[in-house]
Design a binder for this molecule. Structure first.
Ligand SMILES: Nc1ncnc2c1ncn2[C@@H]1O[C@H](COP(=O)(O)OP(=O)(O)O)[C@@H](O)[C@H]1O
Ligand SMILES: [Mg+2]
Length: 355
């Protein structure tokens, strides 16, 4: 059992290069969670300096791991857009301090060397959003495009399982080096933290972590830009999703739904959310189509919304088995029926994105 006080002392022994003080004294440690054999927190730093703090993050993590009894440590670097010299006013609530600050500008910076960013969204969890995200990325790669996937689903990151990747990413010159899996570049919020406690994902923290993974991951280089980055968004149409899609420079979105009316109503809300922020919905995909959940609902809904219908994917055990085994079905069975359907979706999406 690790003592919280020991964790705090260990973190305060790591020096903040900007102020010369310990990380805790400098006010950089946010949302500290201490469990039986694990600890994690967000290192919240000024946005302009975020890249400088990657080594500090590593040092903090090493300091935690050096504690006896602590098996797992995770430190998420989150960048907050605020003036570098903003005072941490004692005695004032965080909200009061926030109100005194200039409004954080909506970042317009796109990830470097990424040509197009495509969101895969759903109004509801469990409809196959991640399945579509990884298979669509794989189908785009099959077309000869360089493709990456960013798993931004803070509620249930599933990319590590679906692509068979594990382990914290490496940092190089302050940039995150993405994993490589089946020819895809991949990064998941699930690789940055293995905390079971979803509490640490306050809305702003989630969007900061995702912005960081988006902009500080070396997705492409000047010589070899990434053609398309597929972002697996968290399900739902609440504040977290709204903030996220406002902050993420998206070129288009694909909405996944099952054929049932409840799921379709949620898909409709997802489309409305994209409309609100001016991101084009490239189309609706019906997943788990067939005798169990029905068929045709998404096509009718797409017609009502005036967005393209991209096709349906049958409920098929091979899809789930491939996902569980860490190899998307499009690659596990490249000449199969499902791969053919994804190829058609990929062709349309690529055309819409001008790729
Ligand atoms: N067409 C399909 N046929 C069979 N199983 C599927 C299909 N699509 C998704 N699944 C399975 O359903 C579960 C939920 O899918 P997932 O992609 O994780 O959903 P989400 O990301 O929307 O929560 C997973 O176990 C996945 O393998
Ligand atoms: Mg998912």
């Amino acid at each position: 059992m690790v003592e919280r006080s020991a964790v705090i002392a260990a973190l305060d022994a790591v020096i903040d290069p900007a102020s010369g003080r310990g990380l805790v004294a400098a006010g950089l440690v946010q949302g500290l969670v201490v469990g039986e054999d694990r600890a994690g927190f967000a290192l919240e730093v000024d946005g302009a300096r975020a890249a400088l703090y990657a080594p500090v993050r590593d040092a903090a993590e090493a300091a935690l791991k050096a504690l006896p009894g602590l098996a797992r440590a995770s430190v998420i670097l989150t960048a907050e857009a605020r003036p570098a010299a903003a005072p941490r006013t004692a005695g004032l609530s965080r909200a009061a301090v926030d109100q005194g600050r200039p409004k954080a500008p909506v970042p317009t910076d796109r990830p470097a060397h990424v040509r197009r960013v495509l969101a895969v969204a759903s109004g509801k969890g469990g409809v196959g959003k991640s399945t579509v995200a990884v298979n669509l990325a794989a189908a785009l790669a099959t077309r000869g495009l360089s493709a990456g996937v960013l798993d931004a689903d803070v509620y249930g990151p599933s990319l590590p399982t679906m692509l068979g990747i594990a382990g914290q990413p490496a940092y190089e010159d302050g940039a995150i080096v993405p994993h490589q899996a089946h020819g895809l570049k991949a990064m998941s919020v699930g690789l940055l933290t293995r905390m079971d406690d979803a509490m640490i994902w306050r809305g702003p923290m989630a969007s900061q972590a995702i912005t960081q993974m988006l902009t500080q991951t070396r997705w492409g280089t000047a010589e070899a830009p990434l053609d398309v980055l597929v972002v697996d968004l968290p399900p739902g149409t609440g504040d977290v999703q709204l903030t996220l899609i406002q902050k993420t420079p998206l070129d288009g979105a694909v909405v996944v739904s099952t054929p049932q009316e409840v799921a379709l109503a949620d898909a409709r809300r997802a489309h409305t959310l994209f409309q609100k922020v001016g991101v084009p919905t490239l189309g609706l995909i019906e997943n788990m189509s067939g005798p169990v959940f029905g068929q045709g609902g998404a096509e009718a809904e797409a017609a009502r919304l005036g967005v393209p219908f991209l096709g349906d994917l049958p409920l098929d055990a091979a899809v789930r088995q491939a996902g569980d085994a860490g190899r998307p079905v499009v690659l596990a069975d490249p000449s199969g029926e499902i791969a053919g359907r994804f190829a058609a979706v990929a062709a349309r999406v690529a055309a819409e994105l001008g790729l």
